[in-house]
Design a protein around this ligand. Structure first.
Ligand code: PTJ
Length: 248
C-alpha cells in the first residue's frame, strides 16, 4: 500500500504513483497493459527529472485556455487515469465545465462501470461512456466506441495517456486534441493540437489551476493563449530535455 512508502524515500512520489496503478489493477479499474504503460511513463519521467519542464507548463496553460474557450470540452478517462487522478479529473471538469467520459482501449462494460463508479466516489458528478452509441471513424470494433453526446459531439477532447492509433483517428475528425503523454515521440503526442509532455499527476492539477486563474477572460484572449503554443516546438523542447538531461 502507498502508505508504506516512507516520505523520506528519494523517489517517494514515483513509488506512490506506481502503487496507485497496482491498486487500480487489483480493483479492476486498470488493465494489465496499464502496468506496462506506467513503466514506460516512469522511464520518460525519470529522464525528464520528474518535473514539469518549461514547455509543458506553457502547454498546460494553453490547454486550460482551449478547454475554457470550447463549446463542448470532454475529458477522456481510461484505466490508468482513473487510478492515478480521479479527484483531479473532477476538479478540472468543474473548472472548465467539461464532460467526463470513460473511454477504454481494452473496452469491457464491467470495467467502464467500475471506473464510472470510482469517479463518482471521487466527486465526479456525471460520468459518460456507458452508452458507446457512436464511433470514431477509422478504428476497428470496440476501440472506436464513444458516446454520441460526449466525445463524438465535442469540439475539444483531452486524452491523457492515449494509444497512438486512437489519438490519430480522433485528430482526423477535426476536433482539437490535448494529449498528456510523457513520451514526446509517441504518435499520440504527434497527433495533438496541444501536446502536454508531463506526468498526468502533475499536468491535470496544473491545468485546473490555470483554468481557475483564466476564468472570466474573453474568448478572444483565450484563443490567443491557446494558439501561442507551437506543438512541434513543445515536442522538440521535451526531446532535447530528455536527450541532454543532467540527472546527477
Ligand atoms: O484503460 P485502457 O484500456 O484504455 O488502456 C490504457 C492504456 C494506457 C493501457 C492504453 O491506452 C495503452 O496501451 O497506452 P500506450 O500505447 O501504452 O501509451 C501510453 C502512453 O502514456 C505512453 O507513451 C507512456 O509513456 C505514457 N504514460 C504512461 N504513464 C504516464 C504517461 N504519460 C503521462 N503520465 C503518466 N503517468
Amino acid at each position: 500500500m502507498s502508505e508504506d512508502v516512507p516520505e523520506s524515500h528519494p523517489r517517494h512520489t514515483s513509488l506512490v504513483t506506481r502503487e496507485r496503478i497496482v491498486e487500480g489493477v487489483k480493483r479492476g479499474l486498470t488493465s494489465h497493459a496499464g502496468l506496462v504503460a506506467q513503466g514506460r511513463g516512469e522511464t520518460f519521467d525519470y529522464l525528464l527529472g520528474e518535473r514539469t519542464i518549461e514547455s509543458a507548463a506553457r502547454a498546460e496553460r494553453a490547454a486550460a485556455a482551449l478547454m475554457l474557450g470550447a463549446d463542448h470540452p470532454v475529458i477522456s478517462v481510461n484505466g490508468n487515469v482513473a487510478a492515478l487522478v480521479p479527484r483531479a479529473v473532477g476538479d478540472l471538469a468543474r473548472a472548465t465545465d467539461a464532460d467526463v467520459e470513460v473511454n477504454l482501449f481494452h473496452r469491457t462494460e464491467k470495467r467502464i462501470e467500475r471506473i464510472a463508479a470510482h469517479l463518482r466516489d471521487n466527486g465526479v458528478d456525471k460520468v459518460k461512456g456507458l452508452a458507446g452509441d457512436a464511433t470514431v471513424p477509422g478504428l476497428d470494433h470496440d476501440r472506436a466506441r464513444v458516446d454520441a453526446d460526449g466525445i463524438a459531439a465535442a469540439d475539444v477532447v483531452l486524452v491523457p495517456l492515449e494509444d497512438g492509433d486512437r489519438a490519430a483517428a480522433l485528430a482526423k475528425t477535426g476536433k482539437s486534441e490535448i494529449v498528456v503523454d510523457l513520451n514526446p515521440l509517441s504518435r499520440s503526442a504527434e497527433a495533438a493540437t496541444v501536446p502536454v509532455i508531463d506526468n498526468v499527476v502533475r499536468a491535470i492539477p496544473a491545468m485546473t489551476a490555470h483554468a481557475r486563474s483564466l476564468a472570466g477572460r474573453s474568448d478572444v484572449e483565450l484563443q490567443g493563449i491557446a494558439e501561442r503554443v507551437d506543438a512541434d516546438a513543445a515536442r522538440e523542447y521535451a526531446e532535447r530535455a530528455i536527450r541532454s538531461g543532467d540527472l546527477r
